[in-house]
Design a protein around this ligand. Structure first.
Ligand code: FAD
Ligand code: SF4
Length: 486
């Protein structure tokens, strides 16, 4: 145990954010660099090592949180990093981007603010990189087996790293021009600077993983040909089909899916464009969808100089405390103020878009909405509450319905889908096609980075067993596991 009185002597302190007017002028991460280190050992000492660490179960990866809290308290960063990597390939991603369901399950959180587990995690990995403690782990011998991984998001990267370290020869196929999936093209720079991905890819290359970008399996290379070339395949193609809003006026210029808008801002940061082809500059922006993707649009629009930003959500505003049906240690749906929301804009709840209105050139100018409420368990429009708000750029951030069905990948492999439209798999993450596995959002549906990494690790074990008859790789989750979180 770190310090028996840590939780009595120290309150919860989190990473310090840069002032809003300063951070809106750039795209760097919102936190003050180096602000965690002076406080993190004390914060780690708040861990009670409570005997039954519910945080292990709250974290889909089963991260060994009390163990690395102890090392962080003692400032033994190399040992902390070893414990952290025992269950998580990419703690620099989760330590920045995870909604931290572990903290919702922290025992201290029953009657006090939870341990800042996520901040401890990111401090350990940042120290480990700075101290040269993250070295490539090159396999001692090769198995002679080959694996193709389709998709380079967190699920594909985790599967590829595990399989490479198990001695297989792994090639990752990615249709985009750079690797990283939604970590690269989706999540904005101000939430995670892309240098963190680049550094990890260098480690993976040094370990032997090969990357083939700009190749879409199904279109550029037939799935059947890929299967012939490799001993096994892991599909980690994500759930990239976006939900649409088929209301009158949807065809007007200036209405875009969030994933048409956000990657262009990422590409400016990568140096591909001087200015984004779709920009919020000087415009009244409306973001439809109250979730994290919507919040990323809000932060991006503010940095591009929007005249105003309004975020609409059809559901009622969540509460600030746990509802009775979401008790500790579950992950509750609470009202969240993200860094993007601290930066401005208006959030409007319980409203539904009825139609869009444009000018004579076909450009969207107004969004018409109506208030809604639950009547007999059904969302119903409230008569007399119709109004319109200015909208010169609209982004749709209403979630994703499943993996891409247009490139032929599903049909060419002959894959079965489950009742939710995701790629079906068995207890080993194997699809109905022997030797073809699935991990991440493609099999699970739209989810989180931490689940994608857990799925990638588990599918790697299933794949390793298929190739060699046995596996020493860990499998943190079962395909059906939804644990304490989403
Ligand atoms: C805007 C946005 C913000 C988010 N923010 C967060 C957050 O802050 N925290 C969090 O935990 N989660 C967040 N999420 C969710 C998280 O990013 C996903 O759950 C996670 O990335 C899923 O990982 P994946 O590897 O399964 O798929 P993805 O990251 O979607 O990667 C799939 C990859 O496969 C490639 N691909 C698809 N088909 C083919 C093909 N046929 N051939 C070759 N390549 C192919 C795609 O180009 C893509 O690169 C966010 C999602 C979005 C959209
Ligand atoms: S990965 Fe997420 S849930 Fe797991 S310890 Fe880190 S912040 Fe918590």
């Amino acid at each position: 145990m770190a310090d028996p009185k840590g939780f009595l002597n120290h309150g919860r302190e989190v990473a310090e954010s840069r002032p809003v007017d300063v951070r809106l002028k750039d795209w760097n991460e919102v936190y003050v660099p180096g602000s965690l280190l002076p406080i993190i050992s004390k914060q780690a000492s708040r861990c009670m090592d409570c005997g039954i660490p519910f945080c292990h179960n709250g974290c889909p990866l089963g991260n060994l949180i009390p163990e690395w809290n102890d090392y962080a308290y003692r400032e033994d960063w190399a040992a902390a990093s070893e414990r952290l990597h025992a269950t998580n390939n990419f703690p620099e991603f989760t330590g920045r981007l995870c909604p931290a369901p572990c903290e919702s399950a922290c025992v201290l959180g029953i009657n006090q603010p939870a341990v800042t587990i996520k901040n401890v995690e990111v401090s350990i990995i940042d120290k480990a990189w700075d101290g040269g403690d993250v070295a490539p782990q090159i396999p001692e011998r090769l198995s002679g087996k080959t694996v193709a991984v389709i998709g380079s998001g967190p699920a594909g990267l985790a599967a590829a790293q595990q399989l490479t370290r198990a001695g297989h020869t792994v090639a990752v196929y990615e249709r985009a021009d750079r690797v990283g999936g939604l970590l690269r093209y989706g999540i904005p720079e101000f939430k995670m600077e892309k240098r963190h991905i680049n550094r990890r890819i260098e480690q993976m290359r040094a370990e032997g993983t090969r990357f083939r970008t700009g190749i879409e399996i199904g279109r550029d290379l037939k799935a059947t040909d890929l299967k012939k070339r490799y001993d096994a395949v892991v599909i980690a193609a994500g759930a990239t089909t976006a939900r649409d809003l088929p209301v009158p006026g949807r065809e007007l210029n200036g209405i875009h899916q969030a994933m048409e808008y956000l990657p262009l801002a990422n590409k400016v940061q990568e140096g591909d464009f001087v200015a984004p082809p779709i920009t919020a500059e000087g415009k009244h922006v409306v973001v439809i969808g109250g979730g994290d993707t919507g919040a990323d649009c809000v932060g991006t629009a503010h940095r591009q100089g929007a005249a105003s930003v309004t975020q609409l959500e059809i559901m009622p505003k969540p509460g600030e405390d746990r509802a009775p049906n979401q008790p500790w240690p579950t992950f509750p749906m609470l009202y969240k103020v993200t860094s993007a929301h601290e930066e401005g804009g208006e959030r409007v709840y319980s409203v539904s878009t009825t139609h869009f209105e444009g000018d004579e050139d076909g450009n969207v100018q107004w969004l018409h909405l109506v208030e809604v409420e639950f009547v007999d368990g059904k969302l119903t429009q409230k008569p007399g509450t119709e109004r319109k708000i200015p909208a010169q750029l609209v982004t749709l951030a209403m979630g994703f319905t499943g993996t891409d069905r247009e490139n032929g990948l599903v049909e060419q492999f002959g894959l079965e889908l489950d009742e939710r439209g995701n790629i079906a798999r068995d207890a080993d993450f194997q699809t109905n096609v022997p030797g073809v596995f699935v991990a991440g959002d493609a099999g699970r549906g739209q989810s989180l980075i931490v689940w994608a990494i857990a799925e990638g690790r588990s599918a790697a074990r299933g794949c390793d067993r298929f190739l060699t008859g046995a596996s020493d790789l860990p499998a943190p989750i079962k395909p059906t596991d939804r644990s304490l979180t989403v």
